[in-house]
Every structure is written in structure tokens, then in C-alpha cells.
Design a protein around this ligand. Sequence first.
Ligand code: FAD
Ligand code: UDP
Length: 398
Amino acid sequence: MFDHLVVGAGFAGAVVAERLASQLGKKVLIIDKRPHIGGNAYDRLDEAGILIHEYGPHIFHTGSARIFQYLSQFTAWRPYEHRVIASVDGKLVPFPINVDTVNVLYGTDLNEEEVEALFRDRAEPIAHPKTSEDAVVSKIGRELYEKFFRGYTRKMWGLDPSELDASVAARVPARTNRDDRYFTDEFQAMPLEGFTRMFERMLAHPNITVRLKTDYREIDAGEYREMIYTGPVDAFFDHRFGKLPYRSIDFRFETHDVPVFQPGAVVNYPNDHDYTRITEFKYLTGQVHDKTTVVYEYPTADGDPYYPVPRPENAELYRKYKELADQTPHVRFVGRLATYRYYNMDQVVGQALATFDQIARSRPSLEISDIDRRVSDVDLGPADALQPPKRGRKSAAA
Ligand code: FAD
Ligand code: UDP
């Protein structure tokens, strides 16, 4: 008999399982229908011995000291600041758009103030930007929107940016300085021995049993008291209200017999090819090898659910499932698929830590002082799990 069944061994499931076992002494069964732990962050050595991310490039970044410190119990880090190049009009330019992007693209030599003025001149006034098209056009105008955002977004989502929430394109806002990092979070680093090794350490607790290649429907309800579910929420309810759209990706891996394939970690192709981007893993992992492996991403409607699709009708449908989820006794829904949120890894960790806090606080048999002590073990810093990242700070990761 287990206290908890955790469905899914990705970030959401692994964090809750680890906390329940190590902080409350609970007996936890964690299962995954895949043959490995780590969820979509799973990495492994390929046939050439190069560390690859099976489900696409995963770069860790967070503005939360609490989340960074929590994960630091299970891994050392390699400082890494991610940079992306966009291939536009036959030129390779920094992305997100910054001063250098504008200058290379137009053959100009504008300074920061002049680029700011250029954006101001081109921006179309939109009082309340609702869509991803609004979000970009209202900041930098239509021409740059069409060069960098429209084609990429159509490929990525199978939708025009005017059909997607502003929050999607707002993930990569244009800049009027020369910062060419993809993220500006305070903590930017990759797990030194990879994500899978980190998950192995999280789940190594003697109270945790891991069962792979197992669907939760195969587990007898008599085997556990409470479930933590991290799979797609609509699948849990047999798609009762209809399918929630999730975007998927076909990954095409290639190993090349050269040490370096392309000039940076990621090259985005907003307007050419069927793929959105090519990632070369050795830049992310720092691995030294005479060969190199890259991955091409081809977005698709079918396949494993990877991305919730942020738009109003989907939010409406999700609300119905959420209501049902809230009324379902003895089951908690956590993670990117279970709460239908376009969350990064750190946000999922924050959500999972918050869920653990709720479980810990709802235990009637513990003295309040005991609960506070156990919960404060988790509070390694300010409770800022879901706060927006602090901007413009140098990396403090080490
Ligand atoms: P998942 O990792 O999806 O784990 C859920 C698990 O549940 C899966 O392993 C699944 O097999 C299992 N499961 C589902 N149904 C069942 C069932 N019925 N029975 C048993 N098991 C089940 N985030 C970043 O911070 N940085 C990045 O650079 C980044 N890049 C990304 C690139 C891509 C291509 C994708 C798809 C995502 C990226 N993310 C990135 C987001 C990151 O992958 C997620 O935030 C995180 O992995 C979500 O963790 P999770 O535990 O919620 O879900
Ligand atoms: N985007 C774009 N052009 C780019 C990169 C991103 O239009 O060159 C838009 C696109 O809609 C994309 C979104 O910004 O889906 C978020 O990009 P991000 O790199 O954060 O996507 P992820 O890494 O989550 O796939």
C-alpha cells in the first residue's frame, strides 16, 4: 500500500514525489508510461555518445532563487547563457531582436536611442494588445513582425499570430540594447551531468518506487490513497468535453562527422523550410566530441502532447476540465499538461513545490509547529516561485 501514486515522472511528478518522501516520510509509487524518467526533459547519450535531449532542446533558466536552490540539491551546474540566431533575408542575426539585429538586417549603424526611436515610429498603437500579432506590431511595427514572427508562429502553431494569445510572442520581446541572450533570468545553467541524472537523484529516496512503461489505469485503486496526476487533463476525463488541443513536434536528429555544425546553439528559420529551428546540443551541454548531433523541429498537430495552445477558446474548454478536476476527490493535478499552462521547467517546479506545501499543510494529524518546520525546510528563499523573472541581471549561476 502506497500513500501516493504519482502519475508521470517529469518535473511535476518527480518534485512532488521527492518532497512527499523526503519531507513527510510518505511511501510513493511514481509511474510513467514511457520507458524512462524525466518526462520531456529526458536526455541520453545517442549512438555516437553525444548527450541529446530526446524531446527537443531544454535550457534551464529561472528568476527564483528558491527553485534554483531546490534543484541544486540534486545536481551541480554548468553556467550557460543561451543565445539564438535567426536566419532572415539570407542573414544570420541575433534573436530576440536587438540593436545589432536591426543594424545587420538594414546595414545601418544605429545606436540604442535611434533603435528605440525606430521602434516607436513603426509601432502601431493598439490600446489593449490581445493577440500575439498585437503584442509584436504594437511594439516594433509590421515589417519586423512579418520577418521574424509571422512565419515562425504559423509553422509552430498551425495558427496565425492573430489567433494566439499575446503571451506567446511576448515570451521573446524585442530589445533596444545589445543584450543577445535569449533569457534574462538571474539563474541560467544546465545540469552538469544532464537532466536524467538529476531526476535519478531526486527519485533515489528509499520511500520512492519507480515503475516505468506503466499507464496509471493499470494500477489498482487499492494500492494507494491519493493520486498526483501530471498527464494531459482531458485524457484523465476521457475527453468528456472534447479534446484540448496540444501542439506536437517531430524531431529529426542528425549526427555529423565534424566537431561544429552551425555558428550557435540554435538557428531559427522563421520564413524558410518546414522546420522552425535547428539546435546543436554540444553548445548546451559543453560536451567535447569530434562529432556533433543536431535536431530539426517540425511542428505537427498529432503526436505526443507537448504544448498547450494559448487562445481564448482553449482556455474556456480548459476551465470546464479544471472545474471537474477541482471536484475530483483524492486526485491533484500538477504540471504543464495537467493544468494546461505553457510553463517552463522552473515554473512547473514552482507549481509542484506549491502543491507539496498544500499537501503538507492539509495533514490533520500533524501539530502546526511540525508542519511549519517541515514546510520551511522547502522554503529555501523567498516564496517567489511564479514571479516574473528579474530582468537585466548578470548570471549568478555557478
Ligand atoms: P512532462 O515532462 O510532460 O511529464 C509528464 C509525464 O507524464 C510524461 O513523461 C508522460 O509520459 C507521463 N504520462 C502522461 N500520461 C500518463 C499516463 N496515462 N500514465 C502514465 N504516465 C503518463 N522548458 C524550459 O524551461 N526550457 C526549455 O528550453 C524548454 N524547452 C522545451 C522544448 C520543447 C520541444 C518542449 C516540448 C518543452 C520545453 N520546455 C522547456 C518545457 C518543459 O518540457 C516542461 O515545462 C516540463 O518538462 C513539464 O514537466 P511536466 O512534469 O509538467 O510534464
Ligand atoms: N517566435 C517567433 N519567432 C522566433 C522565435 C519565437 O515568432 O524566431 C514566437 C513563436 O510564436 C514561438 C513563441 O515566440 O512559439 C515562443 O518562442 P520560444 O522560443 O519561447 O518557444 P519554445 O522554446 O517554448 O518552443
